[in-house]
Design a protein around this ligand. Structure first.
Ligand code: FES
Length: 574
């Protein structure tokens, strides 16, 4: 039997005789679907995160239609289905709290239904890892299509970037350099087309990770959402999904260790978001690849940042696409990557990239003359972060990467908000701001509040950066000398919970050290007196989440979701 003659999984539903086959086909026919579509051809599930509450994904119905064209063209049968969507700018307390919930939705939706192959439609930050994780636990042939970044923001002649200019303008308003009216006028100028954040924030980083992992077609990362070539890519993804089913090219054949290692290196080369760390760790856990936090430092830290994009640089994703996009970056770091890593189009990552051309060396630099010498992530350890913490050097201030300072402690985000602009707050630019209880359990949901705004009184004195340490994450569009993802988090009783105002903290990025200069005896005394500060939840997702979420160093998946269950379900519903 040739691969293409293999009986499809969906034939276990649509190919049945008797009442079960009748049930499965008859109700589907109420959509006007003719009989020949049930003849055993590959059924391609289009997993759609469209929602008007997720503005970055609000154009996904059009993308889904283009995917369907490709599926039909290749003799497949497309069926679109919704899953919960995660809109970064609206959801409370944080979209990260729901990433694993969506992954469960995706996993169970795929497994329970007559689907042979899957197209994942992803865009806003958490939608990408959530869909990849859920699909990975089913392990069907799967291809990902990202929705694409927005066009460049333009405000009064200046190019402005999603998120990055929000932080910048907010600081300018607080320091008196910008009026509130100008601040409000900038809103529509920043988000002026369909698509996700167009800085190298988390969404663009994760779209790049999709391409670097081999889970998307070449150029998936950068084609703007409003560019007609994004629609053509969706069409081609639909075509390819059908072929992947016929080739039985499952996710587990693509998501191998070399693919993850390539992705970590590409993250360094693009100066990607720190959020990619937790998402790739969690995804690796779903497919049984033994990836660790230290792999990020070992493999990615020394990779130079080639891409001059905000928040670390000056350009945006639209410029990146016109300059050659991710294939041009991969070609540049060709000697660093595993050239045999397979991708969804059946070719290797290197085959897809080796002839790529760079059209603008201001945007994509060469390996010999990189934009920044190091683009990756450093992993810090010490008594303040025994399980690790991370810092992104390309977004930090070099002079602060070796620093000893007096701690100014915020017990949680409300304490920070109440205290940061208190004129009596005893703080200067040499202090270390410490924020607790913003980790996976503590917030709950591991919020992006690690890039704390500086006290207004220091901003007015011209201070632009200070060392900040927290168990929180940071928006991929943000910057600063920010130590993030401290593990164990304060709410789990980590040493972070024991830091007090006035303690001395040492940050030594070169030595990979984060040290709280307090005696072990004193720490023991504080530990004995420590009381958890975070809420406990009686019911619903918040309870399941807080009881089972793992720490940042292992990816914040739920402990019982690690791994996969395949796609086989033996029992009928009637
Ligand atoms: Fe959706 Fe940034 S808010 S990608």
């Amino acid at each position: 039997m040739s691969k293409s003659d293999r009986k499809t999984r969906s034939a276990e539903w649509f190919g049945l005789d008797g009442k079960d086959g009748f049930n499965h086909r008859s109700w589907m026919k109420n959509q006007g679907l003719p009989q020949h579509l049930f003849d055993g051809r590959p059924v391609i599930g289009i997993c759609n995160t469209w929602s008007e509450l997720t503005p970055c994904n609000a154009h996904f119905r059009i993308i889904a239609e283009r995917v369907k064209r490709g599926v039909y063209e290749m003799g497949g049968f497309p069926l679109e289905f919704p899953v919960m969507s995660l809109g970064e700018t609206l959801m409370r307390p944080s979209t990260m709290m729901f990433r694993n919930l969506v992954s469960m939705d995706v996993e169970e939706s795929i497994r329970a239904n007559p689907i042979d192959g899957v197209v994942l439609l992803v865009g806003c930050d958490k939608t990408t890892p959530a869909l990849l994780m859920g699909a990975a636990s089913c392990d069907l042939p799967t291809i990902t299509i990202s929705g694409g970044p927005m066009l460049n923001g333009r405000f009064r002649g200046e190019t402005i970037g999603s998120g990055t200019h929000v932080w910048k303008f907010d600081t300018m308003v607080r320091s008196g350099e910008m009026s509130m009216q100008d601040f409000m006028d900038a809103e529509a100028c920043m988000s002026r087309s369909v698509g996700h954040c167009m800085t190298m924030g988390t969404a663009s980083t994760m779209a790049s990770m999709v391409e670097a992992l081999g889970m998307g077609l070449p150029s998936n990362a950068a084609i703007p959402a409003a560019d007609s070539r994004r629609m053509a890519l969706a069409h081609m993804a639909g075509r390819r999904a059908v072929e992947m089913v016929r080739e039985d090219l499952r996710m587990s054949k693509i998501l191998t260790r070399p693919n993850f290692e390539n992705a970590i290196k590409v993250n360094g080369a693009i100066g990607g978001s720190t959020n990619a760390v937790v998402h790739l760790l969690a995804l690796a856990g779903r497919v049984g690849v033994d990836l660790s936090l230290d792999d990020w430092d070992r493999l990615g830290h020394d990779v130079p940042c080639l891409v001059n994009l905000m928040p670390s640089g000056e350009f945006l994703m639209e410029d990146f696409y016109y300059a050659g996009g991710l294939p041009a970056v991969i070609r540049e770091i060709g000697d660093l990557i595993d050239k045999d890593a397979l991708t969804v189009n059946g070719r290797t990552l290197w085959d897809n990239s080796k002839d790529a051309v760079c059209y603008n060396r201001e945007v994509i630099h060469t390996l010999d003359k990189p934009f920044k010498p190091q683009g990756g992530i450093v992993v810090l350890r010490g008594n303040l972060a025994p399980s690790g913490a991370i810092l992104k050097p390309s977004a930090a201030t070099p002079a602060l990467m070796q620093h000893r300072g007096r701690a100014v402690v915020f017990e949680d985000i409300d304490h920070y908000k109440a205290r940061i602009d208190d004129p009596d707050l005893d703080i200067d630019e040499t202090c270390v701001m410490v924020l607790k209880n913003c980790g996976p359990k503590g917030y709950p949901g591991f919020a992006e509040v690690g890039n704390m705004g500086l006290p207004t009184k220091l901003l007015r004195n011209g201070v632009t950066d200070m060392v900040c340490i927290s168990d929180a994450r940071m928006s991929g569009t943000a910057y600063g000398t920010v130590v993030l993802h401290v593990a164990p988090e304060a709410a789990a009783g980590g040493t972070l919970a024991l830091v007090q105002d006035g303690d001395a903290i040492e940050l030594d990025v070169a030595g990979r050290r984060l040290h709280l200069d307090v005696s072990e005896a004193e720490l023991e005394r504080r530990r004995a007196a420590w009381q958890p500060r975070h809420e406990s939840y009686e019911r619903g997702w918040a309870r399941l989440y807080t009881e089972h979420v793992t720490q940042a160093d292992t990816g914040c998946d739920l402990d019982f979701l690690v791994g996969g269950s395949g796609a086989y379900v033996p029992k009928e519903s009637h």
